[in-house]
Design a protein around this ligand. Structure first.
Ligand code: SF4
Length: 437
């Protein structure tokens, strides 16, 4: 039987921002608030769904503490990785190549930087892997694998297999991701997702998604499910149909969406009833200029005046918000940190992600900054969203690195956390009463 290893390389969770590192080491913020993100890698589990039973599959998640068995022989070693994980992925490629394994790599960074990835891997997958993996396995078995497998079209999601959760180590995870849609019609200049998945919104059928949830439940009867869509509720009628079915399955879940979810009261009520606990929403900035900088088409900027009212509506539905904010845009000055903190506290946002603007390769932002010679660091291991890799305009790099740490310190201070927790409990009580009426 042929052996195949699917490997998730270790990433740098906290980046190299010394100010932030000391905060995170003192506090348990990452594990207490961010646990829901600790899901196994969905791309590799999906690829596992394509691999025939004639292969013995090992899923090795170095990012969640598993040791890589470098002394074991695998016919194929397959890796994926985000930009900040990519050097570790390349080291693993080299180790296994020395041992005679055939090494392949895919994912967002390899898609954008295919020539770089080919220096380390035998084959690189460009774009979505579902269709190209079948062709690769056939070629591999015939002894004629290609250097590149390119998916030129965005795949039909009805052909995406059920991810194989059963190959996971049961003790490693309590949250699992499922993807119900791909693509996002927004045009944020820092985002790689439209490059990988396109701007046309595609969704799996409700039946397919129910099957995937049941597959997770067979593996773990009491899972937290993170719907790892780029932007889950773009087609609201499909979302409602789906959420009604999710309610029957008795799960607890969260997902990523833009703020437009608040426009649909019926959807919010269905979300609450179906076990949706939180929504991760990228607010990014609390000033119009800040939002204008992040998107030429300015969709988020047009939503700014609705932010507070929309947050209130989501909260009244009994769902809490995980707000995401990004510092370092060209209009940001040193007041961006206190302005953002005030906004989050004033609006009772329960969890917060605060990051530094990062021009990931392939994005419009990267191209602009690279042309303007503003990128000061091409060390991919610093592309963590917590390190400064470009020259900011109205603020120094040090202020930016220090500012994000200051916001974390304030937002996750004991007093602020207990205040938010009390408000959250109150909101949940009210939502329960309302739902039972
Ligand atoms: S809304 Fe989110 S997923 Fe869509 S382009 Fe912007 S950042 Fe990316």
């Amino acid at each position: 039987m042929r052996k195949i290893a699917l490997i998730v390389p270790k990433g740098s969770k906290y980046g190299k921002n010394e100010y932030l590192k000391s905060f995170l080491e003192r506090n348990n913020v990452v594990s207490s608030f961010y646990g829901a993100w600790e899901t196994p890698n969905l791309s590799l589990l999906t690829i596992a769904g394509i691999i025939p039973d004639s292969y013995e599959i090992s899923f090795i998640d170095e990012d969640h503490g598993m040791e890589i068995p470098f002394n074991e022989y695998f016919d194929i070693v397959a890796l994926t990785g985000m930009t900040q994980q990519i050097y570790r992925a390349y080291e693993i490629c080299e180790e296994f190549k020395k041992k005679g394994s055939y090494v392949v790599i895919g994912g967002i960074h390899a898609t954008i930087m295919a020539e770089e990835a080919l220096k380390y891997a035998d084959t690189v997958f460009i774009g979505e892997g579902e269709s190209t993996w079948k062709k690769f396995l056939k070629d591999f078995e015939e002894g004629t694998p290609c250097k590149k497998y390119i998916c030129r079209e965005y795949i039909d999601l009805s052909k995406s297999p059920v991810p194989r959760y059963e190959i996971l180590d049961k003790n490693l995870y309590s949250s699992y991701s499922i993807q119900t849609t791909r693509g996002c019609p927004r045009t944020c200049n820092y985002c790689t997702l439209p490059i990988m998945y396109g701007s046309t919104y595609r969704h799996k059928s409700v039946k397919q998604i129910v099957e995937e949830i049941k597959a997770v439940q067979r593996f773990d009867p009491d899972p937290f499910i993170f719907f790892a869509d780029d932007n889950m509720f773009i087609q609201k009628e499909h979302s409602k149909e789906l959420v009604k079915e999710i309610e029957k399955l008795g799960i607890v879940w969260g997902t990523q969406t833009d703020i437009s979810v608040a426009e649909d009261q019926e959807l919010l009520e269905l979300l609450y009833k179906s076990g949706c606990h939180w929504l991760f929403i990228g607010f990014e900035n609390v000033s119009k200029d800040g939002l204008n900088f992040l998107d030429d088409k300015k969709w988020k900027a047009t939503q700014l005046n609705n932010y507070e009212r929309s947050i209130e509506k989501i909260h009244q539905s009994g769902i809490h918000i995980w707000g995401s904010f990004m510092f370092g845009g060209d209009s940001d000055t040193s007041s961006v940190f206190s302005d953002t903190l005030d906004f989050t506290l004033r609006n009772g946002i329960y969890s917060g992600s605060f990051t530094i603007l990062t021009p990931l390769p392939g994005t419009q932002l990267f191209n602009q900054m690279s042309e303007a010679k503003r990128i000061i660091d091409y060390d991919w291991s610093r592309y963590t969203f917590w390190d400064v890799v470009f020259k900011p305009v109205n603020i120094s790099s040090d202020e930016l690195a220090k500012g994000v740490a200051w916001v974390y310190n304030q937002f996750y201070s004991k007093d602020n956390v207990s205040d938010r927790t009390a408000k959250l409990k109150n909101r949940l009580r009210q939502a329960k009463v309302k739902a039972e009426k």
